[in-house]
Design a protein around this ligand. Structure first.
Ligand SMILES: NC(=O)c1ccc[n+]([C@@H]2O[C@H](COP(=O)([O-])OP(=O)(O)OC[C@H]3O[C@@H](n4cnc5c(N)ncnc54)[C@H](O)[C@@H]3O)[C@@H](O)[C@H]2O)c1
Length: 343
């Protein structure tokens, strides 16, 4: 296959990590031909790292998309720019792989999805946590009914972000509903992945501890009923001072007919059965994890193979859960996810 060209929008933070990973892991399949960032120092740094001249470095994604007709575009800006950057990319003929969350509002997410549909181009959303050995093994346990049927899943995410700017740059501490848009979107997506169902009803509570480093709600409890009858329950805490279950170490407990499965950090699977010794084993390794899996899957899609599992048309079901969680936090009423996906 010919080497694919890529325009990257957002060149530091996650975008910086993505550029490094793409250079190291996908050198033989793709090359970065342009970078967009509003910060000049980021452009200078990436220009040097990638050997790109001034004509390939941009501060405006609209201008960049019109000038660089790459084979695809990778987006890693803060959420409010995902939708306009994707619209600019697809209108200029470029498929998109974009960081989560899809957008900052439901309207922006729908605008983005409509533009993708109209252009009839691939658009994948990055949900890297699905591609970890322990999550894949838990899905196999459910699918193969090794412990019978699944009843419910409890999930816990807890990071010690009590210091300002300990969770990346300041915008994440200053925005509304940082837990939901920046954190829980991964965990709600994981509840769909692990349960094998889409969320039907969501209700819950959110708050901001007085001592948090956030300006708005940063902790919460949410309950979900999935459309296959499985129930899920989620605790999110951005001011964890004791037991932490931060990124890659989130705790999930799945309650099956014949036992409970626990996973957290590492790839250890722990299975409890009443009256029996606890079974502990390592989940079988997977050949690609996280972002690497997603880019491999996306490049294969561009080559005519299977569409990404987290393509926008599917991942909007995880994003709708964020919007529902935001609204139930504000009005205390249970939300039907179908209401958000309609229209
Ligand atoms: N999947 C993951 O594990 C993961 C981890 C961290 C962040 N993220 C996601 O990645 C995205 C970026 O987060 P981050 O932590 O890297 O943020 P960041 O602020 O550290 O980096 C964003 C970059 O985008 C640039 N930028 C801002 N506005 C821009 C615009 N209009 N056009 C072009 N560039 C612009 C900034 O200058 C900065 O270099 C968010 O959507 C976030 O949720 C995902």
């Amino acid at each position: 296959m010919a080497i694919k060209s890529c325009l990257v929008i957002g060149g530091s933070g996650r975008g910086g990590g993505m550029i490094k990973m793409l250079k190291e892991q996908f050198n033989s399949r793709m090359e970065i031909v342009g970078v967009v960032d509003v910060k000049q120092d980021v452009l200078e740094h990436q220009g040097k790292a990638l050997g790109l001249g001034k004509n390939s470095l941009f501060t405006d994604f609209n201008e960049a998309c019109a000038a660089v007709k790459a084979d695809f575009c990778a987006i890693a800006t803060p959420p409010q720019f995902h939708s306009p950057a994707t619209v600019a990319a697809v209108e200029n003929g470029m498929p998109v792989i974009c960081e989560k969350p899809i957008a900052d509002t439901l309207e922006a997410a729908k605008t983005m999805m409509e533009a993708v549909k109209k252009a009839a181009l691939p658009c994948a959303i990055i949900q890297n946590y699905r591609y970890a050995a322990n999550k894949q093994e838990l899905v196999r346990i459910r699918e193969e009914e090794r412990l019978g049927r699944l009843q419910h899943i409890v999930g816990r995410y807890a990071c010690d972000y009590r210091r300002y700017e300990s969770w990346g740059k300041s915008w994440r501490h200053d925005m509304d509903f940082a837990l939901l848009f920046e954190g829980s979107v991964h965990h709600f997506d994981m509840m769909r992945f692990l349960s094998g169902g889409d969320c039907e009803t969501l209700m819950g509570l959110g708050w901001n501890p007085e001592w948090s480093s956030f300006k708005h709600h940063s902790s919460g409890f949410y309950l979900m009923r999935m459309d296959n009858g499985i129930h899920t329950c989620y605790e999110g805490n951005s001011s964890a001072a004791g037991i932490s279950n931060c990124w890659h170490k989130e705790y999930y407990r799945a309650e099956f007919e014949a036992g409970s499965v626990e996973i957290a950090g590492g790839n250890q699977m722990t299975i409890h059965r009443v009256g029996q010794e606890t079974e502990v084993y390592e989940a079988p390794a997977i050949s690609r994890t996280g972002h690497e899996y997603l880019f491999d899957e996306f490049l294969n899609w561009l080559d005519g193979r299977t569409p990404s599992a987290t393509r926008i048309e599917d991942n909007i079901k995880s994003f709708a859960m964020v919007i529902a969680a935001m609204e139930t936090t504000l009005d205390g009423q249970p939300k039907q996810i179908a209401d958000y996906l309609a229209g």
